[in-house]
Ligand binder design. Structure first.
Ligand SMILES: Cc1ncc(COP(=O)(O)O)c(C=O)c1O
Length: 438
């Protein structure tokens, strides 16, 4: 690790100088606190990014598997999105008025996900928050339910964990407004009995769930879990919000379309605008009717749903171009086999060096975890994490021109990713294992 740290710093004098300058005006030397988490002593500062690659200010070229933690799953600056944004930016950026792009996007989202009504936000966090508020209003119930070690954005209600049967504020929860156990119930993913027990009292407005967990490594649902989740939420009149922000990696219609899920709400953010801020949430006819029945025109701008820049013209132009021309079925047909190739490369090295790890894939996303067994829930996945080891793997990769997501060992393929990128990762991953254990 010391060798890798020195190599990283020695080879990046310009990033280092920018970081030292940044520390005088930006808290911790970065514009957003998560950017402090890179494994080097400072982050590489970016000169430019195209497709699946970026170049730092010291001239190092990287194959990007992080892709802005899914915000750039489209590849960086996809041509169709750039062209649409260039056109729109000169024709009005934000107006508090709709345009035809909004209608096109609503119709396309209908087609992809099968839900009839759509609204827009700027972040997936907001789309989740708005869906939760609506679910509370419709059901008149106070609580929500999430799965242990989930992540759905900076939504206050979701920063809760379950330890030895007791729920508590998640470690690192900054300034919680209330004890999250007041607002939230938390159970393990794939635990149907615990789910039913939590829903039974009839005080849960909605379950907010990723269809497969992706933020604590990947945790797949067990056979029948989604059917039971849907049956139980219906049985106890709890609404179901499926957050597809990461699981959009499964197909153009996310996990929902690929596996025929039937949620009441669906949330999709991050790459929907090719990196231009935008997010959406859709819902059923029944939910739409329930919202409209409670709608109050005079107060609709101060009810806690929406935002000044949400649904702006620039964001909608970016979403339209991205949905129409970038995140297409053809793109997924290329991206998914690349994730398979990446998984095979990692799996081969794990077997060769017999480390107690495994690798798993979900559509065009893949991830290695530091456990032999596949986790069944968030706790098992969380127990398999090893911060020091993770940092070594990430730094080793970065020093050899590969960027992994700094929050776990996630790798994402974009439409611009190529086989040679993936093969470079396989070679570097093998070399890292050799350095660790040989
Ligand atoms: C599943 C999921 N939902 C929502 C979000 C929030 O996205 P944003 O930070 O863009 O609001 C994230 C962010 O990582 C996520 O992984």
């Amino acid at each position: 690790m010391q060798f890798e740290q020195k190599k990283f710093s020695d080879e990046r004098p310009k990033s280092k100088a920018l970081f030292e300058r940044a520390r005088k005006s930006l808290l911790g030397g970065v514009p957003m606190n998560w950017m402090a988490k890179w494994a080097g002593a400072f982050p590489p500062f970016v000169a430019e990014a195209h497709g699946a690659e970026f170049v730092d200010v010291d001239g190092h070229r990287y194959f990007d598997l992080c892709l802005g933690d899914t915000g750039a799953m489209t590849g960086h600056s996809p041509a169709a999105t750039v062209a649409a944004v260039q056109q729109q930016v000169a024709r009005g950026i934000t107006l508090m008025l709709p345009n035809e792009d909004a209608v096109w996007a609503g119709e396309e989202l209908q087609r992809r996900f099968g839900l009839p009504y759509w609204q827009f936000a700027l972040t997936a966090t907001d789309a989740n928050r708005f869906s939760i508020r609506l679910a509370r209003q419709i059901t008149g119930r106070p609580k929500i339910l999430v799965f242990n070690w989930c992540y759905h954005g900076s939504v206050d209600e979701t920063f809760i964990t379950l330890e030895n049967g007791a729920s508590q504020a998640r470690r690192g929860n900054v300034g919680p407004p209330v004890d999250p156990s007041v607002t939230t119930k938390v159970v393990e993913f794939n635990d149907v009995a615990a789910l039913e027990k939590a829903l039974q009292p009839g005080d849960v407005a909605c379950v907010l769930a990723e269809p497969a967990m992706t933020n604590v490594g990947i945790v797949h649902p067990e056979a029948g879990f989604h059917q039971q989740l849907r049956e139980l939420t219906r049985k106890y009149n709890t609404l179901l919000i499926i957050d597809e922000t990461h699981t959009i990696c499964t197909s153009p219609g996310g996990y929902t379309r690929a596996e025929n899920l039937d949620p009441d709400f669906l949330v999709f953010g991050k790459p929907i605008g090719g990196g231009v801020p935008g997010a959406t949430y859709g819902f059923t006819q029944a939910v739409a009717d329930a919202i409209l029945a409670r709608h109050n025109l005079e107060d609709c701008d101060v009810g806690g749903i929406g935002g000044t820049l949400a649904g702006n013209a620039l964001s909608l132009a970016a979403m339209r171009a991205t949905l129409e021309k970038v995140l297409t079925q053809e793109a997924f047909d290329r991206m998914i086999p690349l994730a398979g190739r990446w998984t095979d490369g990692v799996s081969k090295a794990i077997a060769e060096f017999d480390v107690p790890w495994h690798v798993t894939r979900l559509g065009c996303r893949a991830e290695y975890l530091f456990s032999r067994e596949r986790p069944r829930n968030g706790t098992e996945a969380h127990n398999a994490m090893d911060f020091e080891l993770e940092r070594f793997m990430h730094l080793y990769a970065m020093n050899r021109g590969i960027l992994l997501t700094p929050f776990h060992n996630m790798a994402l393929m974009s439409p611009a990713t190529k086989e040679e990128h993936v093969d470079h990762h396989s070679a570097v991953f093998r070399e890292a294992l050799h350095a660790l254990v040989a």
